[in-house]
Design a protein around this ligand. Structure first.
Ligand SMILES: Cc1cc2nc3c(=O)[nH]c(=O)nc-3n(C[C@H](O)[C@H](O)[C@H](O)COP(=O)(O)OP(=O)(O)OC[C@H]3O[C@@H](n4cnc5c(N)ncnc54)[C@H](O)[C@@H]3O)c2cc1C
Length: 482
């Protein structure tokens, strides 16, 4: 290890929402972990700030997410117990839209397929029950009582402290400039030092493509703005009386929260003004134009919540082409795993993404069904995670040729750390005809027409506490719902 400052089992690049959870999960397994964060811990320049994030089980994006969410809830609960901090507040969740919309139908589909307690409400019933809401009368809504919100900054701190308590080293204000494979492991170069590790976990959010160039155009940063307006009737906007929401209306798709942390009703519009680009070129300040667009929505659909501005904040989504996450092993270097493209709906999963990344880093496979998120669906590149599924032999890692140092040094042409490396492109990778996301097992079509009658069931409960790593030893690492 001549010339290297230190050697670790795993280095995690980016200690934000996902990276902090990955550091904790790796440290929990006894791994020697280094977490590297270019800004402060926590900070408000990435994607995991703004005091609250929605968590919901009724997942209109795809029912496949529901099993991961159940595990995420368990792990949030686990972190609350370990840290002694309250991180998750249950308010119930509303997913509203026209009766034939993907938001309403998709949410209902997830509830039906996964037997989640839920109710279907019309716009009128929604207002009767939760008077802060004034959505159109003919809109249909799914109410799911397990929904609520998480506290991202507090959770990042909780994960980092728990990881540190287990021996992890976490460095703020240390930017990773590049990495390269080094035998079966990696070498990582930062603006302060060099390190080596057995594996590398890249959870760099909107900066992911700067370290993994094959994600250029696949994990695209997008500017978002959040508004907090003072409610004129604050009693309608308390966590007890105001469920978090996703609502598809004429103006677009919006999401919102009760008053918490800031004295204002918080909401935002998905894909705001559709401003995409590299993080350094996106305006990180919120403007009067942002406010006006958001205020119009509140004035129409939440009129008692549309008072003076309390806070405006800019943030970044990182969008994948199909808005599903991209989580995989590097197609050439399985000692490198990555999680990207969370497309504005990833935070609620952070606790379980930490577990998935620890699996990938430690074992190069995961107990969770993450096929929906494979890189291959977008590029045709099959990582070692899927090579056997598609008949391609796993390439012995020793046979892999080293590429140039990936990262800023490569882009800027400053190659002083890659002097001994061959210039050839990485070898050809196997290609697959991806079969798409896992198919739904049951789908009660008859219930998707917005009809009534889905009354709330008894409280949904976890069958077993699966947070103990030993639990997973029993049946190897099969997806836990098999
Ligand atoms: C306005 C807004 C509202 C949202 N609402 C919700 C919601 O209600 N519910 C939900 O589930 N999701 C929501 N999301 C999405 C969710 O917040 C993100 O999916 C999630 O926070 C992404 O986490 P991350 O770890 O990928 O990114 P981040 O938390 O940004 O972490 C990436 C980290 O990597 C660091 N980094 C990057 N490059 C380097 C480098 N070279 N060296 C060292 N460090 C580096 C960055 O500084 C950063 O800290 C929302 C997002 C936004 C922007």
């Amino acid at each position: 290890m001549i010339g290297y400052t230190k050697h670790f089992n795993a280095i995690v690049v980016g200690v934000g929402g996902m990276g902090s959870a990955a550091c904790y999960q790796l440290a929990r397994r006894g791994q020697r972990v280094l977490g590297l964060e270019r800004f402060d811990i926590p900070h408000d320049l990435g994607s995991s700030h703004g005091y609250t994030r929605i968590i919901r089980l009724a997942y209109y994006e795809h029912p496949s997410y529901v099993m991961l969410l159940k595990r995420a809830y368990e792990l949030w609960d686990d972190m609350e117990r370990r840290s002694g901090k309250k991180l998750l507040y249950k308010t119930g969740s509303i997913d509203a839209g026209p009766a034939d919309s993907w938001v309403f139908k998709g949410s209902l589909r997830s509830c039906v397929e996964h037997d989640l307690p839920h109710e279907v409400l019309t716009g009128i019933e929604l207002t009767e029950r939760f008077p802060g809401y004034r959505l159109p009368q003919d809109l249909m809504a799914v109410y799911q009582p397990d929904g609520g919100f998480l506290l991202p900054e507090k959770a990042t701190v909780a994960f980092v402290q728990a990881a540190q308590g287990l021996g992890a080293e976490i460095h703020g204000r240390e930017q990773v400039l590049g990495w390269e494979p080094q035998g079966d492991g990696v070498r990582v170069v930062t603006d302060r030092a060099e390190y080596s590790a057995d594996s590398l976990v890249v959870t760099a959010g909107s900066w992911e493509a700067s370290l993994l160039p094959f994600l250029n155009g696949l994990a695209v940063p997008e500017r978002q703005v959040l508004a907090w307006l003072q409610p004129e009737k604050p009693e309608y906007f308390t966590p007890e009386r105001f469920p978090v929401f996703n609502a598809l209306v004429e103006e677009g798709r919006y999401y919102g929260f009760p008053v918490f942390g800031v004295p204002g009703f918080k909401f935002g519009r998905y894909h705001h003004f559709e401003e995409q680009g590299r993080p350094e070129f996106l305006n990180r300040e919120a403007t009067r134009v942002d406010e006006e667009m958001l205020r119009e929505f509140a004035a129409r659909y939440f009129p008692d919540g549309a008072g003076p501005v309390m806070t405006l904040k800019a943030c970044m989504f990182t969008n994948s082409p199909d808005k599903h996450f991209i989580i995989d092993l590097h197609p050439e270097y399985p000692q490198v795993s990555f999680a990207a493209g969370f497309s504005g709906h990833g935070y609620k999963f952070a606790s379980v993404i930490g577990e998935i990344m620890a699996d990938l880093s430690e074992r190069r496979e995961s107990r969770h069904d993450i096929r929906l998120f494979g890189l291959g669906r977008l590029t045709g590149q099959v990582s070692a995670l899927y090579a056997q599924d598609y008949g391609a032999p796993r390439r012995p890692r020793s046979a892999i040729q080293a590429p140039p140092l990936f990262g800023a040094r490569q882009r800027s042409g400053a190659r002083r750390h890659s002097r001994a490396l061959p210039q050839s492109r990485p070898g050809q990778v196997a290609r697959l005809q991806h079969s798409g996301p896992p198919k739904a097992s049951r789908h009660d079509q008859a219930r998707f027409g917005g009809e009534r009658g889905h009354r709330i069931r008894q409280d949904w409960q976890y069958v077993e506490d699966t947070t103990d790593p030993l639990y997973w030893e029993r049946d190897s690492i099969k997806p836990f719902w098999f």
